[in-house]
Ligand binder design. Sequence first.
Ligand SMILES: NC(=O)c1ccc[n+]([C@@H]2O[C@H](COP(=O)([O-])OP(=O)(O)OC[C@H]3O[C@@H](n4cnc5c(N)ncnc54)[C@H](OP(=O)(O)O)[C@@H]3O)[C@@H](O)[C@H]2O)c1
Length: 264
Amino acid sequence: MSNKTALVTGASDGIGAEFIQILASRGYDLILVARSEDKLNQLAVKVGGQFGVNCTVIVADLSEPNAAQNLFQSIEAKGLDVDFLINNAGLLHNGFFTELNLAEQERMIVVNILALTALTHLYANNMASKGGGHILNVASLAGWMAIPNQNVYAATKAYVLAFTQALSNEMVAAESGVKVTALCPGYTATKMMDNPDQGATLRIPSSMMMSARDVAEIGIKACFAGKDIVVPGVANKLTAIITHFFSKTLVTKVFGSFYRKNMD
Ligand SMILES: NC(=O)c1ccc[n+]([C@@H]2O[C@H](COP(=O)([O-])OP(=O)(O)OC[C@H]3O[C@@H](n4cnc5c(N)ncnc54)[C@H](OP(=O)(O)O)[C@@H]3O)[C@@H](O)[C@H]2O)c1
C-alpha cells in the first residue's frame, strides 16, 4: 500500500520544518514548498533518508499571482495525491502601520490570507471528492485580538482563525470526512521572532516562547483529533481566554503599550 502524502507550505524553516519531520515519522510522503530551494533540498534529503519517505520539493513564492493554482496544477502533473495540507507559510511585519512599506503589507495579506484561502479551496474540494483528508491552517494567538504595531499581521491571522473555524464546521456538517483545524501559536522560537527583514524587532524573552517542535506536534495531534481550533501551551490558552473577559479597548491598550516598550 502506498504512503499518504502531506503538502506543507513554508517547509524550509521554523514550525514548517518541524511539521515535515513529525509527518514523516508517521509515514507520510512529503511535498515541501517555500522559496529557499537549497534549504528545502537539504531537508528533503535529511527527512527522506531518516524516515524512508518520498520527498518532493517545489519552489514557489506564494505572494505571486495564481501561486496556489500553479502549485495545485504542478502537484497534479506529478501524479501526487494530497491527503494532508498544512498552510503554514506566513509573513510578519512589526512597526507603525504608517511607517511600514505598503507593498510589503500587501504581500503579507496575499501570502497569509489569499494563498491560504485558495489552497484550502482547491484541496478541501479535492479531499471531499475522495471521502476525506486533513487541513491544518496556521493562524496565531495574534488572531484573537487587535495588536497595535503588528496590526495588519494580527488582522490576517484573525481572518485565518475565523475562516478556518467556520470551514471546519461546514465540512463536518457536509459529512465530507475532511478535518479542518486552526492552530494558534503564541510566541514560538523561530526566525520570525528575530528577522531583520520584518520591520522593527520585538524583544520577547525566550522564557515566553514555546519550541517549534512542541507547537507543530500539538497542531498535528489536534487535526487528527478533528478539533476546529487549538491554542498550544497553558500560558497561550490563558491569554486567549483572558482576552474575552476584558473590553477590546482595554486589551488593545495593554498590547499596544507592551509592543511599544519591547520594539526596537
Ligand atoms: N514564530 C511565532 O512566534 C509564530 C506565532 C504564531 C504564528 N506563527 C505562524 O507560524 C507560521 C510559521 O512561522 P515560523 O515562525 O515558522 O516562521 P519562519 O521560521 O519565518 O518560517 C516561515 C516560512 O514561510 C515561508 N515563506 C515566507 N514567505 C513565503 C512566500 N512568499 N512563499 C512561500 N513560502 C514563504 C518561509 O520560507 P522561504 O523564506 O524559504 O520562502 C518559511 O519556510 C506562520 O504562518 C506564522 O505566522 C508563528
